[in-house]
Design a protein around this ligand. Sequence first.
Ligand SMILES: Cc1cc2nc3c(=O)[nH]c(=O)nc-3n(C[C@H](O)[C@H](O)[C@H](O)COP(=O)(O)OP(=O)(O)OC[C@H]3O[C@@H](n4cnc5c(N)ncnc54)[C@H](O)[C@@H]3O)c2cc1C
Length: 370
Amino acid sequence: MSLLNPDVFIVGAGPAGLSAGIAAADAGFSVEIADCSAPPIDKACGEGLMPDSLMALRELGVGLDGVETAPFFGVRFIGRGQTAEARFPEGTGLGVRRTVLHPLLMERAEKLGVQFRWKTVVRGLENGTVKMDEDTVRPRWVVGADGHQSRVRHWAGLNTGKLSSRRIGLRQHYAVAPWSKFVEVYWGEQGQAYVTPVAKDEVCVAFMSQQKFTCVEDALSHFPELSDRLDAAHPSDAPRGAVSLVKRLHYVQSGNVALIGDASGSIDAITGEGMAVGFRQAVALVAALKANDLTQYEASHKVIGKLPHFMSDGMLMMDRSGLVRRHVLKALTAKPQLFDRMMRIHVGHTPLRMLGRDGVLNLGLGLLTA
Ligand SMILES: Cc1cc2nc3c(=O)[nH]c(=O)nc-3n(C[C@H](O)[C@H](O)[C@H](O)COP(=O)(O)OP(=O)(O)OC[C@H]3O[C@@H](n4cnc5c(N)ncnc54)[C@H](O)[C@@H]3O)c2cc1C
């Protein structure tokens, strides 16, 4: 069933679109979501949800009890013969396959009365009217949650901004019991491979690089330690690729249109925070809809993105410069308290502003001078 003219029409049923739908329906708006795919929607992803991401999900009323997940207690960096690790200051992270998370978000949305149009491509947006192949709707609000290549962003004239990084991701699941209770990030000359436990007998490996790996074997050949680990493990599905962009937009709303998730700009995948950013934006967006003021969302969007962009820029500095990478890995191994501090910032336990300018400089110097 589709609604005649819903309060909120969302283009895209990825994690950001679904969370916007949940938050909006929970606030009493009538909501319709269209996606060109059919559920459950899969996507190349590291599939790790940090404790702060899980908290954001819980705020949307979505829990992960009773589904296949695997816990992790922190992050381990491995590279150049060094191993450094930091535990989360509070809580546990969970690895969860996208095909497990998607139905949970959908169920929550359906329970709140959200209507879906699957296998429906949104073709255009004109004077507030959403055009599909066989239908048009005129909602009060349109939300573009249509990912990196957002057409809604283009139609709404919101494309201006800055693209500062473009990397290629490749994901492969392996049928093997997780050997670590940490998300492991292997740092190499050609990028990173990170391993997230996603079930009691499965791990997800995401490779990130400036260049496209020709295949999983090619990607693995750049990470010999990981390759040894996976020697006897079998891939449990087909590999999947996706791009990861660092993009900041000048504006994320115009008229009755707002952008959310990757459509509204993005951070590098290596941060593991992409989905959490979308969850938080959803809550902020709906607060703005309730206030009938999308400029309020514009301001919240900037605040939400600040820390993830800071972490993303730092990790990309390590990716681009062998010298920085060497120093940082050495520093984090020699001074675990530095890694603990970074982790507390990363998961939002210590607000970035509490460090102050001197604190940020000291942290940077500590990392580069070990
Ligand atoms: C390799 C890799 C690893 C990552 N690892 C992590 C991680 O460990 N943790 C984490 O939190 N994040 C991770 N991310 C980031 C995360 O995947 C994204 O931030 C997240 O998927 C963004 O969600 P979204 O809903 O904005 O967009 P998407 O998930 O891209 O969803 C957009 C949806 O819009 C639909 N759509 C597009 N155009 C149209 C149209 N015209 N009409 C109808 N429907 C349309 C698409 O079908 C799609 O379903 C990773 C990303 C990559 C590439």
